[in-house]
Design a protein around this ligand. Structure first.
Ligand SMILES: Cc1ncc(COP(=O)(O)O)c(C=O)c1O
Length: 355
């Protein structure tokens, strides 16, 4: 009784190995400040849990509107931005097409396959450049949803606003264009100026990364109010709990902590990049809180790190990413431990290859 499209889809895979140093999920290594957590817990303590929360989380949508200078009618919140990806495919991809580059964030393709949309994956070009000509050709022909992560994941690079503009123009009124800005704060990028002028575009955001709230599961979309209204219908009623709303409100009440942590991520990202390059490894430019790098044998390298208590993420199963691994920028201590372990693994494989 299970649909063939569901049976054919592998489960979302994730190896949660217990390791001393955890750099595998692009989380923040820090909790939000104590004051933010305390404010959230106070809001939760004061809320009547026997009652349903606000239907559309209006208090949080209003705060998000203020934070971004965006009308609250154009804000949709959900239980993580993953859930919005699903809602977007339901609202605009079902019975039509879902267009994405490859490799990219896997949830776009998974949701397209599960919901039976026609998935079109266009390979990135050399240096992870956008395949603009091929994308434009698909946009000219079809209709549905076009997902683009910017900064890109798992490659980490940032596309220029002019490139996005070209694609938005090509998409016209037949495509909902979704710019997934999960890592936007790390790059200092923001697609809202483009989206303001586009009738059919969405910026996806999350509290999971720069806001240090991955455990809360809270994400949102910014779009024209007409688009937001339709996306809202594809979510279930009361789609976030008062617990999630409380954490969102508390974070937006004192968002300064985000900026100071971004500065550390950028410094540490540079240190990690230099450290890996000094080991003779290829490191790809990143505008995010993670780095993609390439080794001779990704499986052996990954195992060597796990044996030394360091967990990162393999990416070598993805098209065009042979030998690639992804490491999240952690605390200075975690990054130091990772670089030390990586140096040992490189030395030991060098020693092995000499025999
Ligand atoms: C590009 C991208 N989009 C969306 C998400 C999902 O974020 P959320 O935790 O809000 O579901 C992630 C998480 O890693 C991501 O990398």
């Amino acid at each position: 009784m299970i649909r063939a499209a569901v049976r054919a889809q592998g489960a979302y895979h994730f190896a949660a190995l217990p390791c001393r140093v955890k750099l595998d999920q692009n989380e923040s290594p820090y909790e939000p400040p104590e004051a933010v957590k305390a404010r959230a817990l106070k809001l939760i303590a004061e809320a009547p849990v026997n009652r349903y929360p606000e239907l559309l989380a209006d208090s949080l949508r209003a705060e998000l509107g203020r934070y971004h200078g965006w009308p609250m009618e154009g804000v949709v919140v959900s239980n993580g931005s993953n859930v919005l990806i699903q809602a977007i495919v339901t609202a605009a991809g079902l019975g039509q097409q879902v267009l994405a580059v490859t490799p990219t964030f896997p949830v776009y393709g998974i949701q397209a396959r599960l919901l039976g949309a026609e998935l079109i994956e266009v390979p990135l070009e050399q240096g992870f450049a956008l395949p603009t000509a091929a994308l434009t050709a698909h946009l000219a022909r079809g209709s549905g949803v076009f997902f683009l992560a910017n900064p890109a994941a798992p490659t980490g690079n940032l596309y220029a606003p002019e490139e996005l503009h070209t694609l938005l123009v090509a998409a016209g009124e037949r495509w909902l264009v979704v710019i997934d800005e999960a890592y936007g704060q790390f790059a200092g990028s923001d697609a809202l100026a483009l989206i303001r002028r586009a009738p059919l575009a969405v910026s996806l955001r999350t509290f999971s990364k720069a806001f240090s709230l991955a455990g809360v599961r809270l994400g949102y979309a910014l779009a024209q109010p007409e688009v937001a209204r339709e996306l809202q219908k594809a979510l279930l009623p009361f789609s976030i709990s008062m617990v999630q709303a409380a954490f969102g409100l508390a974070a937006l009440g004192a968002p300064e902590y985000v900026a100071s942590r971004l500065a550390e991520v950028r410094l540490e990202r540079a240190r990690l990049g230099q450290g890996l390059a000094a080991l003779g490894l290829t490191v790809f430019p990143s505008a995010t809180n993670f780095l993609l790098f390439k080794v001779a044998d990704a499986a052996a390298f990954y195992r060597g790190l796990v044996e030394r208590g360091v967990l990162i993420r393999r990416q070598d199963h993805l098209p065009g990413l042979i030998g690639c691994l992804r490491v999240t920028v952690g605390t200075p201590e975690e990054n130091g431990a990772f670089l030390e372990a990586a140096a040992e693994v490189v030395r030991s494989s060098y020693a092995t290859s000499q025999h």
